[in-house]
Design a protein around this ligand. Structure first.
Ligand SMILES: [Zn+2]
Length: 66
């Protein structure tokens, strides 16, 4: 006989998902190209800095929702 246990499902306040970053705008600076990105899925904003056209941009700001 199988005993069924009902496990509580943990509620996530902010569901984790892989952000789909979309570049809102790009601003060339002396340190590289500052790219303002926004997640198309949840609307989170982030600022990236691409120091060189051939290197991937690195986040220079925390992700902020809204
Ligand atoms: Zn997202």
């Amino acid at each position: 006989m199988t005993t069924l246990h009902t496990l509580p499902i943990p509620r996530q306040i902010t569901p984790a998902h892989e952000h789909a970053w979309v570049a809102d705008s790009r601003h060339p600076t002396s340190e590289g190209v500052v790219v303002y990105v926004r997640c198309a899925g949840c609307g989170t904003h982030r600022v990236d800095l691409q120091e060189h056209p051939l290197t991937p941009p690195a986040a220079i700001s925390r992700e902020t929702s809204g």
